[in-house]
Each structure stands twice: as C-alpha cells, then as structure tokens.
Design a protein around this ligand. Structure first.
Ligand code: PMP
Length: 306
C-alpha cells in the first residue's frame, strides 16, 4: 500500500479506495460534514514530522460540531491518538496535508442527529518553494461571501464550499486564478478557501473575524509572527478599493500557506511581483512549522510524530 493512500476510516486503517459511504447519506447528499485541513512538515535534519497547531484545529472542529449539533463519539484526545498512530504506520518522511472529517453517513436527511463517523486522510504535500513563487492573479468576485445569518463562515462544513465554488469558477472563466469575495457590507472578506492580508505603507492589514471569514489558524499564526518579526499589524475592515492600491496582497491558509496575489482585476499589485513583507512572513512561517525557529512561539503549536 502506498503510504499516502492510507486512511483511518471508521476505526480501521485501510486503503483509500476501500473507504466508501452511502450515496444517500447526509454527507453525500447535503455536504453534512465538518472537517479540518492540517499540515505536517518534515524536518530532514531532525528526522522529525511536526503537525502544526493540532489542538487548535481540533478545537475548531468541535466548535463546528457544536454549531451543527453533531455529537462526536470520539474525544479530542482519542482523535489525536488516531492521527499519531496512523502517521506512525504510514512512516511519512515528507511534508503532508491531513484531511480530518466528521461526516454523517447512513440514510438520514439534512436534519439527521446521527453521530458522525470519522476519517483521517494524510497525503504528501510539499511546502511552497520560496525560490520559485508563482504569480497568482485574482479578481473581485461578483459572488458574496457566506454570512453569519445564512451559512456561518466560522463553521468549517463541506456544504459551505459551494459558495466558494461559484466564485472560483467565475474567476477561472474570466481568466483569473482566484477570487476575492466581499461580505454583505461590501467590505473585503476572504478568498474561496483562504484568508487575506494586504500591506499598505509597511503595515499588514487583515479583516476582523466579524467580516464573514473563517476563524483561520494561519491568519492567527501570521498575526503573531508578524509581531515577532517587527511588522505592524492592524485588524480592521478593508475597502474594496484598498485592494487596488495596496503594496502587497496575499492569501493565507493551511493549504495555501502564503500565496502572493500579483494582480487584481488585471491591475498589478505593487510592482506586480511577490512583495518583501509577504516573502519575509512566508520564510518565518516555514521556519516555525519545520521547528527551525520556534523559540518565541507556544510549544503546543508543534506536535511531534515519532
Ligand atoms: N477561509 C476558508 C474559507 C478556508 O477554507 C480556509 C482553509 N481552511 C481558510 C480560510 C484558512 O484557514 P486555516 O488557516 O485554518 O487553514
């Protein structure tokens, strides 16, 4: 079995292709699942894999459960030990992404109160190569980010992502790589699957958590790291037009890490290349995630797999 085709599924470690759900289930029909996308970074020198902010991801997973009335039969500690066991069996010695999903299988409908099942799926996913950052183009979407009065953005549920799909495909059809979504007040919210930061006059700015954004762990990490490397951070609403006159813009997320946006609506951001603050933060971010520079960050951020 290839190491990255292993999956922890309903209590057993099996091959990915053998993990099946009922096509009539709430997860298959209505996207009734909550999930987390985690990253593990391999430190070659230390021969060690580090999972980043595992406790924080599990806290957010359980908050998503609470808001959707999903009652996990597994505790956070149990899930943690399943992850550790699975990664030990897989013997990963490369960067990975881990999808952790509580999903409602069975025959119920969207109002099912059945206990969710769990899968944990690790796959190899290398960190961004800072020496080869690509230019990503973005457009301001005509689609609005979901809101707390319809589909709460702080819930990380499968069904939420259809809203991102409209925006993403619209952007791609118009020739852009990625969309930037505004919220119902017309202020900048985030991307289809990533939070956003801008840089103006050497200050890093990101929308507040009340601007229709996911409570992103990377956003929180970068706010703290920016302060550590002496970059001023302001958390406030961002106007749409501010995007167009920013010196730098980037998306962030566990999967996206830091993704520089080099033009918006075909207008170059800054000089049209990934900016200095963006690169400085990405370097610091990767150093922390690989345990090369963790002296100033909470020890709980890195979980070792031995
Ligand atoms: N917003 C959305 C909609 C996302 O899907 C993600 C990725 N999980 C993020 C933001 C970034 O969140 P995190 O930093 O916790 O990965």
């Amino acid at each position: 079995m290839k190491e990255d085709s292993l999956i922890w599924f309903k209590g057993s470690v099996i091959c990915n292709r053998d993990a099946v759900v009922n096509v009539m289930s709430p997860t298959a029909q209505f996207g009734l699942n909550v999930f987390e996308g985690l990253r593990g970074y391999w430190n070659e020198q230390q021969q060690q894999l580090y999972i980043f902010r595992l406790d924080d991801h599990l806290d957010r997973l359980f908050e998503s459960c609470k808001l959707l009335s999903l009652d996990s039969v597994y505790s956070k500690d149990e899930i943690k030990s399943f992850i550790k066991d699975l990664l030990t069996v897989g013997d990963f010695n490369a960067d990975i992404a881990i999808r952790l999903t509580l999903f409602v299988d069975g025959d119920g409908s969207w109002n099912s109160l059945d206990a969710p099942d769990l899968f944990i799926s690790p796959v190899i996913k290398m960190r961004k190569d800072i020496s080869q950052l690509t230019d990503s183009t973005a457009c301001i979407s005509s689609w609005q980010r979901i809101s707390d009065v319809s589909m709460p953005p702080r819930v990380k549920a499968g069904a939420n992502y259809l809203a991102g799909r409209y925006a993403h495909l619209e952007a791609n059809r118009a020739g852009y790589d990625l969309p930037i979504l505004l919220n119902s007040a017309g202020k900048v919210a985030e991307g289809a699957g990533a939070c956003i930061f801008i840089v103006r006059n050497n200050t890093l700015i990101t929308p507040t958590l009340q601007c229709s954004v996911l409570e992103s762990i990377t956003r929180d990490t970068l706010i703290r790291l920016a302060e550590l490397v002496g970059i001023n951070v302001v958390i406030r609403e961002i106007d749409r037009t501010e995007l167009l006159i920013s010196d730098e813009v980037f998306f962030c997320g566990s999967a996206a890490e830091i993704t520089p946006i080099t033009s918006i609506n075909s207008i170059p951001v800054g000089n049209g290349k990934p900016g200095g603050i963006t690169i400085k933060l990405l370097r610091k971010y990767q150093d922390v995630l690989t345990n090369q520079d963790n002296s100033d960050v909470p020890v709980s951020w890195l979980t070792t797999i031995t």
